[in-house]
Design a protein around this ligand. Structure first.
Ligand SMILES: Cc1cc2nc3c(=O)[nH]c(=O)nc-3n(C[C@H](O)[C@H](O)[C@H](O)COP(=O)(O)OP(=O)(O)OC[C@H]3O[C@@H](n4cnc5c(N)ncnc54)[C@H](O)[C@@H]3O)c2cc1C
Length: 427
């Protein structure tokens, strides 16, 4: 169903194909490519009569990839009548995104008929871990090593917030600061090596914690003896005007992802805690000027980060101010942030090329409304063995109620949960 081709065959097999074509540019030793492979194969089985599924080895066909603007693996392109159509999918490619683009290559009636061919699957396992950040991965390493059949399900690629952290300098075992993506990669590889199975970049389409069943992408239902919720937390939005509208067009929550776009530019950083200051220092490698806007009269970050920030000539501080609106007077991306002086209530506009928000985090619990006992901030109340109020369901990491949220504390929670789960199952 899937044909592997090289650059010389591209014109005949893709541009001159009588059928629409999906082309997956992949690489070896590429975890996101592995995460895509099973979805691509499954969909080739469903759509294969109508759509040609092609794979191109990117490293072996560099010139073609560059000509097509393919800069990373995997990248999936869609062709109809020799023309590129639809979305260009890359990174953690979801099945839902693939299906949407494949449907657009054929008629709606045919797409509906093909969907009826999709075979649903039931899987049983000992331990299902929702969330592949440090808490979930550590738990997985322990349960898999204890010979418990373990599956980690993540809505993105695994690694959690570590994967988007520029440098991690406080995780034991590494004398030099580690790039977060590398630490996340090593944790994932260790879990794979221990025997953990992964379902990455998937949509959890149904979750019943009482029966301990999770359905992913609408096609696979996994039933587990025990579930661990390790879904972590996400950046808290400010909820001000222009924030939602300009997300990705000048408003960002991730320096590792976006700082590179601000070479020689002026950036506003909102926040004064550890993340804000450490990430501002990273952004300063690219930006020519940074204005840190903070609501209090001093920073809350650790002393080392503060000293570095105060010593950096690119960084200036605006204390006791709060952002009120992101503006785009040029009509495209953000070119200003309106801030309010909390003492005088005067408002001024800071001219800039973009803004990064580090205003705290919130638990990722949208799947489980009304299920768990929560603390006053909305985090799961777990006991000293990471048990929740739902029988057979544990929780660990940033998603639980606790004082300090760090990689080491997430790892510790994951360890405790895994050992408690092992004891319950009888290992
Ligand atoms: C910018 C930044 C810098 C940081 N720097 C440091 C540092 O230097 N040192 C340090 O110790 N800590 C740092 N932290 C904190 C640290 O990253 C977290 O404490 C740690 O990652 C928590 O691990 P976790 O596994 O609980 O959750 P997370 O790392 O948040 O992982 C949760 C995982 O669950 C997945 N998920 C979420 N919802 C769902 C769902 N519904 N279904 C399936 N999967 C889901 C997510 O995709 C994610 O992969 C930093 C955090 C940030 C944001």
């Amino acid at each position: 169903m899937i044909r592997e081709i090289n650059a010389a065959e591209f014109e005949a097999e893709v541009l001159k194909s009588t059928k629409p074509v999906a082309v997956d540019f992949y690489s070896t030793e590429c975890p996101p490519c592995e995460a895509l492979a099973s979805k691509y194969h499954a969909l080739a089985e469903v759509y294969g009569e109508d759509i040609q599924f092609i794979k191109v080895y990117r490293q072996g066909n560099r010139e073609l990839a560059e000509k097509l603007g393919v800069k990373g693996s995997p990248t999936v392109l869609f062709y109809k009548d020799g023309q590129i159509v639809g979305d260009r999918l890359s990174g953690g490619v979801k099945r839902s995104a693939l299906e949407k683009n494949l449907d657009q290559l054929i008629s709606a009636i045919r797409a509906e008929a093909l969907k009826k061919k999709i075979q649903k699957k039931n899987t049983e396992c000992d331990v299902l871990i929702l969330g592949g950040g440090p808490a979930g991965l550590t738990a997985g390493i322990y349960t898999a090593q204890a010979k418990l059949n373990t599956i980690v399900v993540d809505r993105a690629l695994s690694g959690g917030n570590v994967a988007i952290t520029h440098q991690v300098s406080n995780f034991p075992g590494f004398p030099k600061a580690q790039p977060g993506y590398l630490l996340a990669h090593q944790m994932t590889e260790q879990a794979k090596h221990a025997g953990v199975q992964f379902r990455e970049a998937v949509d959890v389409t149904a979750a019943n914690l009482n029966t301990r069943e999770i359905t992913i992408d609408g096609v696979e239902t996994i039933r587990a003896k025990k579930i661990l919720v390790a879904t972590g937390s996400s950046p808290r939005a400010l909820g001000i005007k222009g924030e939602e509208e300009f997300k990705g067009r000048g408003v960002s929550y991730c320096a590792t992802c976006d700082a590179k776009y601000y070479e020689g530019k002026h950036v506003v950083v909102i926040g004064g805690g550890n993340s804000a200051i450490e990430e501002a220092l990273f952004i300063a490698k690219f930006a020519s000027a940074i204005t840190i806007v903070h609501q209090f009269d001093k920073l809350q970050a650790n002393r080392q980060a503060q000293e570095e920030a105060f010593a950096n000539p690119k960084i200036r501080f605006l204390f006791q101010h709060e952002p009120r609106e992101f503006v785009a007077r040029n009509g495209s991306g953000v070119d200003g942030v309106i801030v309010e002086d909390l003492k005088s209530t005067d408002r001024v506009t800071i001219d800039c090329d973009g803004a990064f928000i580090f205003a705290g985090m919130q638990p990722n619990l949208d799947l489980f409304t009304g299920v768990f006992t929560l603390d006053q901030w909305g985090y799961i109340a777990a006991d000293s063995e990471m048990r929740t109020n739902v029988p057979g369901v544990f929780a660990a990491g940033d998603v639980i109620s606790k004082r300090f949220r760090q990689i080491t504390t997430a790892v510790a929670d994951g360890t405790i949960a895994a050992i408690a789960i092992g004891k319950d199952i009888g290992n």
